[in-house]
Design a protein. Structure first.
Length: 522
């Protein structure tokens, strides 16, 4: 029997008048029902990070510290829709197998974060992990609102907390914000999501912001001790929005979730606006950033990206995979939001940012089938080509948990690749469309630009996990949500004019026995 949010509220509302033993029995019974529902939901991912239940969004302060990866993220412990933002905490030794820890940061009643602990970053200061995050509270006459999105009116300030143990489970907040207001004279329409780094003998910090009619803006600050900050100037500015919007993020006049880091002899700026994560590659000199190339990190359901360095110095990117179904469906399901798989960042020869899934994800493969041939042999070896096609067509994706690597040579008309249930139709349709001077990758209803022209090969790397598809093709990424429950295993069908150079397929092991990686349902 499904367990709805209404059932939970009804149970909570009557619990106070019951004897304590009956309350415990009732809660245990309803928890068991919810656990069973979550564990058997075929749309719930099995090897991506997500909480045992309820809502999650932005990755916050990912950090590698004393041999463990720590991921914090926005979390609502009270339901499967956005609200009541806390910092949840999960740890891992390898970035793919996760253990949920107690909630790290929660709103402080009467404090500068009383209405929510919003996004931020983590650094290690004198051996101690320290985070700066955005706290939100009601505006006052002396502290006017900085956030008006048509639903909420809040004052945003930047708050600091530091870890009091090596497991990062106990945190102490400073009672007052370290940045209490936007720069004087600047009428911002957003003031949030700090990103931190060390530069010489000082700390640097940027904030997402914007000015109505002027455009998105990244504000730059400096400090010697993380506690007292001086505003310097905008790191970079955008342009006025082309359309009118109540929420300035929707038309690009406010940039949120910035991330900034050196990469080779360049610097990379990431920012989120208009529903996408955008990258800018350029030169950082004299504390100003000049963008030289720009693009989109992921063309699908992917937002609020945050990077970190792994144990080997690789730049790893995390992103929130949002839901694309109504809140009523989220409440009925009891969960919402997924963390992307870890992605390794790189710059190609044109200094364009590209992402691929971190190789560590390969350890999740439980079984493997594949066949390959060198490209120069493709036309001559008809028998081997038939064997590759047979392996491809015989492969099945069970329980919506698999990785695929498909190497294709499209010809004049492109190709269409389908994942199809035996009896319930297409689960996903992935195609390469070739037009004069350009190519496009289409995943169901999402369209992305595909690098390189006709006559070049396409290497597809696809991760299927419940309702999540993470797809990578020649440096282009598309994350898609599919809320279709197939009637059985998915088979693979290749249409169009393309040569199959190689195929590799892996069934993926879940990272827990019951789809629940937390302690809620043990």
């Amino acid at each position: 029997m499904p367990f709805s949010r209404r059932d939970f509220l009804k149970l909570a509302g009557t619990a106070a008048i019951r004897p304590r033993c009956l309350q415990s029995l009732a809660m245990a019974d309803s928890t068991g029902v919810l656990c069973q529902k979550l564990a058997t939901d075929p749309l719930r991912p099995q090897y991506h990070l997500l909480p045992a239940r309820n809502w999650m969004n932005d990755p916050n302060g990912p950090i590698y510290f004393q041999g463990r990866y720590h991921m914090f993220y926005q979390y609502n412990p009270q339901g499967a829709v956005w609200g009541n933002m806390n910092w949840a905490h999960a740890t891992s030794s390898d970035m793919v197998h996760w253990q949920h820890e107690p909630i790290a940061l929660s709103p402080t009643p009467g404090g500068p974060d009383c209405d929510g602990v919003f996004s931020g970053s983590a650094v290690v200061d004198k051996g101690r992990p320290t985070v700066i995050y955005t706290g939100v509270a009601p505006p006052t006459p002396n502290a006017p609102a900085t956030l008006r999105d048509g639903v909420h009116t809040w004052r945003e300030t930047q708050c600091l907390a530091f870890a009091q143990d090596d497991d990062l489970r106990i945190w102490k907040k400073l009672p007052d914000p370290v940045i209490a207001a936007p720069p004087a004279g600047l009428k911002v329409i957003g003031f949030r999501d700090p990103c931190l780094w060390r530069e010489g003998n000082q700390w640097m910090l940027i904030l997402g912001s914007g000015v109505r009619g002027r455009g998105g803006m990244i504000l730059l600050y400096s400090s010697h001790n993380l506690r007292h900050w001086t505003f310097l100037h905008p790191l970079i500015e955008g342009s006025p929005g082309k359309t009118q919007s109540i929420n300035p993020v929707d038309n690009g006049e406010m940039w949120e979730c910035p991330d900034f880091f050196p990469f080779g002899n360049k610097h990379v700026l990431l920012l989120a606006t208009m529903g996408k994560v955008h990258w800018k590659v350029g030169t950082y000199a004299n504390q100003h950033f000049t963008a030289e190339k720009e693009g989109v990190v992921d063309w699908g359901a992917y937002y609020a990206a945050k990077s970190m360095l792994d144990a080997h110095g690789n730049r790893i990117l995390w992103g929130w995979i949002p839901e694309t179904r109504p809140d009523t469906d989220l409440i009925a399901a009891g969960w919402a939001g997924v963390m992307s798989l870890p992605r390794v960042l790189s710059l190609n020869k044109q200094n364009e940012l590209e992402t691929t899934v971190a190789p560590v994800a390969r350890q999740l493969g439980a079984s493997h089938e594949g066949a390959s041939l060198e490209m120069y042999e493709l036309e001559a070896a008809g028998q081997e080509a038939r064997r590759r096609k047979e392996v491809f067509e015989a492969f099945r994706i069970h329980d919506l948990a698999a990785e695929l690597e498909i190497f294709l040579m499209p010809k004049s008309e492109g190709f269409a690749f389908r994942m199809q249930s035996e009896s319930s139709g297409d689960f996903a349709n992935i195609s390469c469309v070739i037009a004069p001077g350009r190519r496009q990758l289409r995943v169901n209803n999402t369209t992305a630009s595909l690098a390189q022209g006709c006559g070049t090969s396409v290497r597809l790397n696809i991760f299927v996990d419940g309702s999540v598809l993470e797809i990578f093709a020649n440096g282009t990424a598309v994350t898609e949500r599919v809320y279709q429950i197939p009637s059985g295993p998915l088979r693979l069908i290749l249409d169009g004019d393309a040569g199959l150079i190689s195929f590799q397929g892996w069934q993926i092991r879940p990272i827990s026995k019951n789809r629940l990686t937390g302690s809620f349902c043990r």
